[in-house]
Design a binder for this molecule. Structure first.
Ligand SMILES: *Cc1c(COP(=O)(O)O)cnc(C)c1O
Length: 371
């Protein structure tokens, strides 16, 4: 398979590896004629809580809505400040503003490119309500230090784990150090469905009950609404598909880690490889190198039949959407520099060693030719 024409991700290969299981599951849901809530959704919630070692899991319509109800559950009020990082997807920040909160970006650690706890502490004031660390690319932020700071100042921690299914910090998954963890099951994520879906995990029964209610119009029974909520429910079809895929997630995660190891061994030293901190298990949602002349290398690799990706070319504070914050270029130098240098190489469980070798050879050639 491949060698020339290597995709960045291959959802088709993933589907084909479990086609029969998936097809029969989809057929069962269609035959049952029950598409909203019901047993498939409850079953998946139980299974995902168990897989993430959490007491509770609340299914949602996507990762962004998961973050929104999490922020509502902790009682975010207009004017409250929330600290997060600028090198992330806009879905991390949108829910804060939607609830009337104010986003405070902080720069990231130079090695891991994850939230720098020292920067967090500097930005805390009387209005600060919560911290949203982002477990970017599949590696958890320094949750020990972040939790310590949060406890010292009485802040809540909501983990954006949309890219970090089964990742650990000191052996613990998202939702252990933080109050709430939010996941996305967007098709390309490590655990992806066939559309949009997400989940929230927590060890707090109070938060779990409130978030479940908010996701289903504030209902306590079919006709009784305790509060106003949303329609942020997960489809039964997506839940059933996710239950099938969850059984394979551990194995797929190990394949991603194995692929990363091969990359680490074969890539030349002229490119900077991803840094995996010793106390963490990285699940390689993406495998990202840093190169000085990134765009030229990207073009070169595309010409050699290798698809690469750039996440994210522009940090959030420099996007038009956040112009109103008045943050200039240079505000967060480490995040900004990484956005200009990072290049995501093909990474998915089914990518074989031969293909990785081909990519690494071409990168060596690319360094000679364009860097
Ligand atoms: C994917 C993603 C989200 C949003 O998830 P959706 O399911 O697409 O709404 C939020 N944060 C991060 C870091 C993500 O990668």
């Amino acid at each position: 398979m491949y060698i020339n024409g290597i995709p960045l991700v291959d959802l088709k290969a993933n589907y084909l590896s479990i086609k029969e299981e998936i097809d029969s599951t989809i057929k069962n849901i269609i035959d049952s004629n029950s598409f909203i809530m019901g047993k498939p959704v409850r079953d998946f919630e139980k299974e995902y809580a168990e897989a993430t070692a959490s007491d509770f899991c609340v299914s949602t319509s996507n990762g962004t809505s998961a973050l929104l109800v999490a922020l509502q559950a902790i009682g975010l009020k207009p004017g409250d400040e929330v600290i997060t990082v600028p090198n992330t997807f806009i879905g991390t920040a949108e829910p804060v503003t939607l609830l009337g909160g104010k986003i405070k970006f902080v720069d990231v650690d130079k090695k891991t490119l994850l939230m720098d706890p020292e920067m967090v502490e500097k930005d805390i004031n009387k209005k600060t309500k919560a911290i949203i660390p982002v477990h970017l690319f599949g590696q958890m932020a320094d949750m020990g230090a972040i939790k310590e700071i949060a406890d010292k100042h009485g802040l809540r921690v909501i983990e954006d784990a949309a890219q970090a299914h089964l990742a650990t910090f000191k052996g613990k998954q998202a939702g252990y150090y933080g109050d709430i963890a939010c996941y996305s099951f967007f098709p390309a994520k490590n655990l992806g469905c066939f559309g949009d879906a997400g989940a929230i995990t927590t060890n707090s029964q109070e938060y779990a009950q409130k978030m479940a209610m908010l996701c289903d119009h504030g209902r306590i029974t079919k006709y009784e609404h305790l509060m106003e909520g949303f329609n942020f429910r997960m489809d039964a079809l997506q839940a059933a598909i996710l239950s099938v895929k969850l059984k394979h997630l551990g194995k797929w995660t190990e394949l991603r880690r194995k692929n990363a190891k091969i990359y680490n061994e074969l890539l030349p030293d002229d490119v900077q490889k991803p840094f995996e901190a010793e106390d963490r298990k990285h699940v390689y949602y993406t495998y990202q190198i840093m190169a000085e002349n990134r765009d030229a290398l990207l073009n070169y690799l595309n010409q050699q039949g290798i698809s690469c990706g750039i996440y994210f070319p522009l940090p959030l504070h420099l996007q038009q959407a956040y112009k109103y914050l008045g943050l200039k270029k240079g505000s967060f130098p480490i995040a900004e520099e990484s956005c200009g240098k990072l290049l995501a190489l093909p990474m998915f469980p089914e990518l074989g060693e031969e293909n990785i070798k081909y990519v690494c050879d071409k990168i060596k050639g690319g360094i000679k030719n364009v860097l």
